[in-house]
Ligand binder design. Sequence first.
Ligand code: F6P
Length: 336
Amino acid sequence: MRFGILTGGGDCPGLNAVIRAVVRSAVLHGDEVVGFRDGWGGLIDGNCEELPIERVAGILPRGGTILGTSRRAALEQRELVVQRFHEQRLDGLIAVGGNGTLCAASELSAELPIVGVPKTIDNDIRGTDRTFGFDTAVHIAAGAIDRLHTTAESHYRNLIVEVMGRNAGWIALHAGLAGGADVILVPERPFDVGEVAERVLARRARGRGFSIIVVAEGAVVRGGTTLTKGRLDPMGRPLLGGIGHWLEQELEERTKAETRVVVLGHMQRGGTATAYDRVLASRMGQRAHLAAHEGRFGTMAALRGPSIELVPLALAAGPPNLVPDMELDLAEAFLG
Ligand code: F6P
């Protein structure tokens, strides 16, 4: 059999591990794999390459994706996508992506045999307990918080760490807990800046002369709206940014203490994946190939408890997987 694979949306540590796993599993079962370049763009433009086992040698620890990625929309070019699929004489397509890529995959699976693999550092895809890339992003952000602790302490400053997370605060919550943050602000719970300042002041009154505040890029002030850069990404979504800098000014004024912001941005997405993410990505890639080989299309390889299972692809197209209230409430015990 012959299968296509593409990686779409923002890149994410672990993508190369998925591609490698798909190819290795395919070779084991006598199948061929074709890699489409730059997400759906590869199918639209007919830009692809054969992926023999030699092509995936040595890519496991490499960040990014050897296939390239993009946020090009597939549905506006639906006929072309279907035509290219058949031109390549494919028996199925493995689409590795986040909400945007998997939404399109889910729509297209009415016409094409598709298996999805969920990826995003944000960990906000429904249907899977975890996405690969998340562990790496948390590791990087927690490491940054550790470093910022010592400089914040030496200068008696408030240090704000802005992390990624459009809709969900998973990275902020886990990195904040791992790094011992004093305040964690997430999109799920709009906040009051006066209350944040009070927390910081209360800590100072207890003799702790510095504070670490972790804020997700999508966090919002109560009654306010998400801060953006005033530009759109290729999918037409607003580019987020500004909440960390806004907080910097507000907290410096309200606490009368020097305040600095560090925006971690794409540092969280670049570079090699953690061992956990490499293993998760490899397991998902292998499961996705086997699903395609067995003809189980319209599904997505997902982590459910300890196992990789097949769930309906349509799940990924639904609303994002947000941090539940219970987890946010539990975190309160460790803050301040
Ligand atoms: O979806 C993952 C993500 O990392 C978001 O947290 C972030 O808003 C977005 O990608 C930014 O991606 P880019 O800079 O590539 O548009």
